[in-house]
Every structure is written in C-alpha cells, then in structure tokens.
Write a protein that binds this ligand. Structure first.
Ligand code: ADP
Ligand code: MG
Length: 699
C-alpha cells in the first residue's frame, strides 16, 4: 500500500478529527485505504428522470427534476416538519422533512431547480416524498453521480451527525479525485490477461462510481476475484509448505490387520465410494508427507468404517491412532462400534472423556506412552497436554465443524512427526465453503449411500394433527420400530428448554403408558452415566421412544429407530434438521421424519421445512442453508475470520472462487516461493498478511 492510501482518514479534505473519529468508531475506517474499501452496498440508477405526472404508488425510488416553491415549517414546536412543493410543468409533488429541517431551510433555495431523489408515497390521492435527496443539477460534483449513484452503509449515530451515505460518497469522491490517488496492481499481468481482469485502480474507482452497470459488473468481478485469489494463494501456499517442510510418517505396509479386517470382519461390502476414499487415503499415507484430508459424506454414508480402516493402516505399521468426537455420547458410541468391529483382532481400544476417572486415566496415560494402547477414542479430553502418545500415526477428527481450526492443529503437535490427519464432516458443506474453510486440505467425498437404504419420507404437520401422529407412532412401534422425539434447545433459557422437554415427556408418557410402552428421556442436564444408561436402554430396544433435546443430534447410530419426530421444527436450522433426520433411515425399514410445526412460520422457516420435505441430499441442503443464512452464521465458521469477505459472496460466487483457486495454483506451480519478479506484489501481499491476519496463526 502506498503512503497516500495509508494516510489516516481524518486528513482527508472535508473529514477532520470529529468525523474521522466517527468513521473509526462506527465503521472501523482508519485510513484512506479503509475508506476506499468501504464498498457501496447498492447502486441506484439515476440516469432516468421521471415527470411528476408519471408518479404513482407502484414506483420504487425515482428521480424528479423541478422547481422548489412554497417552503414552510409546519407543526408545533418539538414536532415540526419542513414542507415544500416541487413543480416540473407536468404536476406538483410535496416534499417533507422531519429532521434536519432548520439546516435544510437555509440550504435549499426557493425557485431553484433541483434533482430530487426519493420514494413517492401516496396519501389521499396525492403524492409526497419524505426525506428526499436534493441535488443541484448544475453542481459539478453532482453531475458525476447522475448516472449511477452508490449507496453506503452508515450507522444511526453517523446519520445523526450528518455523515450519511451521501457524505461518504463525497469523501470517497474527494479521495479518488486527489492527484496523489493511485493504486498498485497486485495480481500478475499474465493472470489479469487470462482472466480478463479490469486493472485494480479502475476497479476501485468504478466500484464506487461506475459509468454504467456493465462497468460495475466488471469492477465487481475483478475485486471478488482478487479477494478469493489471495485467500486461495495463502491456503495453497500453506498446504505446499506443509508438504515440503513436514516429514510425514510413511505407512508403507498394507498389513495383516487391515487385510484381516477387510476380508473377515467387515459385516458388509464397502460401497464404491468408501473404497475410493480408502484408496485415496492409502496413497496419501505412503508418500512420506503428512496427510491432511477432509472426508465429506452425507449423514449415514458410512464415514466411521473409513476412519477405522485408516486407523488400522497406522497400527499395521507400528503406530497408534486416535479419534476425536465432539460429544461424549458420540465418543462412547464410536468406542462401541470400533470395539465390536475389532473384537476378533488383537487391537486395544480405550475411551477417554471428561468423566473418565483418575485411576482409569492414569492407566490410559501409561498405556499410551508405552505403546500398549493402539486406539484412543475420546472427546476434547484427547487434546489435553497430559495426553502423550508413544507414536501417534493417524488422528481422526469426526464431525469437524464442531471443532475450531485451532483444535485441529493441536492434535498435530502431539508428536515429533505430525500424525496423518483425517477430518470428517458431520454433514456436507457447500463447495465454496469447503474451498475456503478447508482449502488447505485435500478432499474426498463419499457420494454414495450403502445399498438397500430407503429414502426417508419427510412430512410437515401442525399441532392439530397430533392425535393422528400418535396413532401412526403406535402402529410403527407395534411393528417393532423405535421413535425419537426431539425438542429444540431454547437459547435464551436452559430452564425453559428443560420445562418444554419435561412437559413433552410427560404428555408422551400419558399417551404411551407403561407397561406396554417404555419411554427414555435424554438431555444435557443428565450426568454422563445417566445419559449412557438411557442410551443403552434404547439401543437394546428396552424403550421404544426416546424423548430428547438435540444432544442426540450428532452421529448417534441406532438402525432400528426409524421415526424422527421434531417438535417446533420451525425453530431449527437446516443443517440441524438434516442431522437429526439422519438418525433414522439407517436400517432396512422405511423411515419417516415428521416435522411438527407452529402454524406461524417465518419465511425462512418455511423455506427450511420445504427443503427438508423435498430432498434428502445433504449437499443440496447445505447449499440452501448457505443461501438462507450466509456463511457467517454457519456453525463453526464464526471464529474463523476467513469469512470476513468484503465483496465476494460464498453463496453465489462459486465460479469466481473456483477460477481464483485455479489461478493461485498455477502461480504456485510455476513459482512456489514467489521469487519471480512478476510475483513480487504477491509475495508482499502475503508477507503483509502474515503480520496482521488472525488466522495466519492457525498454521
Ligand atoms: P456417518 O457417515 O453418518 O458417520 P456411519 O459411519 O455411522 O455414518 O454409518 C451409518 C450406518 O451404515 C452404520 O450402521 C454402518 O454400520 C452402516 N454402514 C456403513 N457402511 C456400510 C456399507 N458399505 N454397507 C452397509 N452398511 C454400511
Ligand atoms: Mg458419523
């Protein structure tokens, strides 16, 4: 960045200390450069001037041109308004201001022609505009904005002190008109040519004051590309360095355990997708570089067995393995699954979690350090510094989106040589997010469900159908099926959540009385042992109904449970609904998901429920979720900082992102260290970023 752009914002003509302070406090605009990068949120077309006679109630914001007359202040003190008339020969419209009218009264001149911009309102058959924008058509500065006008975000505080969208527009105009204004190009010319990128300086001017909408689109493309390009360059560079600098453990043998498991212990045939992913992992771990692989697969696609076979690769070569899960229930269940699958093999597996007692802990620690323990499964407890492996070769992180990226890296530090890392997502994530959040990882996708699964049928019902639903449940239970009934967590109040759940539980118990029916209840307030007890009753089929909060959301696998009832479904997010639904449909029976909803639903809730009823495809659902909520709201992404995008949009700019990633890869293929002269700006950008970025440290 040049010295002009790094000038503190208060030095800009027309800003000064007071407004400068506002800009800093309200919008984090500290320098000219920050101001330049305060992009408009919208542009409006001011090339058209309407006649007053054309005004009707249907029109959005429009522009008029006419003479001002009959300015007067109306109303009593404290509730005064300024009113004026505007005439253009075709008719008259009233202009009204409730605020700032003292100042306006002096600034506006009767009998002068103005360009007036605003939204017409109808009242009793006549039209008015409230707080219209007034411009002098002869003013040189105004003429600039007459085609397409930018609108800028400001805050209430700023508006109250006269720093509104238009004021910001003027500041930026001043900035751009200064003869000292210039912006360096930071993308190599070859890429600019290849991608047909507008040059950087033009783009930064036109994004504010475009000549036409085509120029605006070209400027937007350039700036979005740039934003993605540098993120991808960093991610890919990081990945490259890691593979160059970090010696990975070489897992050369396909050994006895892996083969014996595959040939004798697997209770089913692997799907082709599972086989492909396992092969990809095999190739990775033999190369002598650290594997960092993301496995994406829809709920129920069979990620666990892929993890297990990857861990066997490590054990076959004399290393240990671990598997980290986000909840105790899930860790416990992984332990059960893994132990039972491995029961005929000489592999020791143990569980470490928060509730593990001191004595058991000590034994685990000792066995880990001596190498006696092959597989350790657990929760966050795994990354405590006391947990030391003799030689960890493979670390699996299940349901990654619950873990911060920081935690992922902590696992690597457990060894002299970092273990191979296998990250598994709970639900699919959209391509753009995957490329951004996990852009430093290689990706595998399990895009096929085990054979024989029947698609889950999803329906939405209102409270009025409750009796019919109960009848349906009874019928299914009589066929030997089991049912989940899930209540939402009420964020504001744990007590309220609990009350809802308990009330629900009581009414279910009444409707499904003992001894014919047994009902389990599971929620966050139970102790780990109690949770495990209730789970095990349900797993053994001793209870037919499990009433629970979302603690069962992640990963729980009980194939005989075939019905998922979600209470107040309108309150759940899409990915959560999909996760919950994924608890059923795991056996051979037809499964159902019943979304109980209030009649009152927000538009977004309607869309979520509609999406759920229409598709079982987790990748599609993830895309819709991203569009509805935006990336910042998605679970586990908030802290990442990667998603503070200024202009690019992860929900809609998939193609630009893919292009930017490819371009970044090409640069690195040619010049891995960014030493070439043409890549100097890239190296500088990169160095600057490492100094300031919060997520640079993750690596
Ligand atoms: P997720 O990908 O959601 O973690 P799981 O690994 O829990 O899925 O697998 C879901 C269920 O599917 C488990 O009961 C598992 O035993 C079963 N399963 C996994 N792979 C296959 C397969 N190839 N054929 C049949 N069943 C399978
Ligand atoms: Mg799982």
């Amino acid at each position: 960045m040049n010295s002009y752009l790094s000038t503190p914002v208060e030095y800009l003509k027309g800003v000064g200390p007071a407004k400068g302070d506002l800009l800093k406090k309200e919008l984090q605009i500290f320098t000219f450069n920050d101001l330049l990068f305060h992009f408009p949120y919208r542009h409006i077309d001011r090339s058209k001037v309407y006649k007053i006679s054309e005004v009707n109630g249907e029109l959005p914001f429009i522009q008029l041109r006419g003479k001002l007359s009959n300015m007067r202040t109306l109303g009593s003190a404290g509730a005064q308004r300024l009113v004026a008339e505007l005439r253009d020969g075709s008719g008259m419209i009233e202009l009204v201001w409730f605020q700032g009218h003292k100042w306006l009264k002096d600034a506006l001149k009767a009998d002068k022609t103005y360009l007036v911009f605003g939204k017409p309102n109808e009242f009793n058959g006549s039209y008015s505009m409230v707080h219209p924008n007034m411009d002098d058509p002869d003013d040189v500065e105004t003429k600039k904005y007459l085609h397409i006008m930018p609108l800028y975000t400001t805050t209430e505080k700023m508006k109250a002190r006269g720093v509104d969208s238009k004021a910001i527009m003027r500041m930026i105009n001043t900035l751009l008109l200064d003869p000292k204004f210039f912006v360096e190009e930071d993308i190599p010319a070859s890429i600019c040519v290849q991608q047909k990128l507008m040059n950087r300086q033009d783009a930064l001017q036109l994004i504010h004051f475009p000549k036409d909408f085509a120029a605006l689109a070209a400027a937007e493309f350039r700036l979005k590309f740039e934003e993605f390009f540098f993120i991808q360059l960093r991610l890919l560079r990081f990945r490259m360095k890691r593979t160059q600098l970090i010696n990975g453990i070489r897992l050369e043998q396909i050994g006895d355990l892996f083969n014996k498991f595959y040939n004798e212990c697997l209770p089913f045939d692997l799907t082709n997708a599972q086989k492909r992913v396992i092969k990809e992992i095999r190739v990775d771990v033999k190369r002598g570089v650290q594997m960092n692989r993301l496995v994406q697969g829809d709920v129920g696609s069979g990620k666990t067995v892929v993890a297990l076979m990857s861990m066997l690769m490590a054990i076959d070569n004399g290393y240990q393995a671990c598997m980290m899960a986000p909840t105790e229930i899930l860790a416990t269940q992984h332990l059960q699954t893994v132990s039972s699958l491995l029961k005929d093999l000489p592999v020791t597996v143990k569980l470490l979690r928060g509730a593990t007692g001191i004595k058991e802990r000590r034994i685990i620690h000792e066995q880990l350090e001596s190498g006696e323990l092959d597989i350790l499964i657990g929760t966050h407890a795994l990354i405590e510094s006391k947990v030391v492996f003799k030689n960890l070769g493979m670390a699996v992180v299940d349901e990654q989106h619950r873990f911060g990226v920081e935690q992922r890296s902590k696992l690597w530090q457990k060894n002299k040589f970092p273990p191979h890392m296998l990250v598994m997502t709970a639900t699919p994530i959209p391509r753009t997010l995957a490329m951004t959040l996990y852009g430093d990882l290689d990706t595998s996708v399990i895009d096929e469900m085990p054979a024989g699964r029947k698609p889950i049928q999803t329906i939405m019902r209102y409270d009025s159908s409750r009796l019919a639903i109960f009848g349906f449940l009874k019928n299914e239970i009589s066929k030997g099926r089991q049912v989940y009934i899930v209540y939402p967590l009420i964020e504001e109040s744990e007590t309220l959540t609990f009350k809802n759940l308990v009330e629900g539980y009581e009414s279910i118990c009444k409707e499904f009385p003992e001894p014919k029916y047994q009902v389990s209840i599971l929620h966050g307030k139970l102790k780990a042992a109690e949770k495990a007890f209730e789970m095990s009753r349900f797993v053994r089929g001793e209870t037919q109904i499990m009433v629970a909060t979302t603690v069962i959301e992640v990963g729980v696998n009980i194939p005989n449970a075939s019905i998922m009832v979600i209470e107040s479904a309108q309150k759940f997010g899409l990915s959560q609904l999909h996760q919950l639904r994924g608890r059923v449909g795991r056996g051979a029976d037809q499964s159902y998901c019943i979304l109980m909803s209030d009649v009152k639903q927000s538009n977004e809730a309607k869309q979520r429920i509609k999406t759920m009823c229409e598709t079982n495809d987790g990748f599609k659902i993830a895309e819709v979720d991203l569009k509805l909520r935006g990336p910042g709201e998605l679970e586990g992404t908030a802290q990442s900082g990667i998603l503070d995008l200024k202009i690019a949009d992860l929900a809609n700019d998939t193609e630009i992102l893919a292009q930017a990633r490819m371009a970044a890869q090409m640069v690195l293929d040619e010049d891995p260290q960014l030493l070439l002269n043409v890549n100097k700006p890239l190296a500088q950008h990169y160095a600057l970023y490492r100094k300031t970025a919060k997520w640079g440290r993750i690596s």
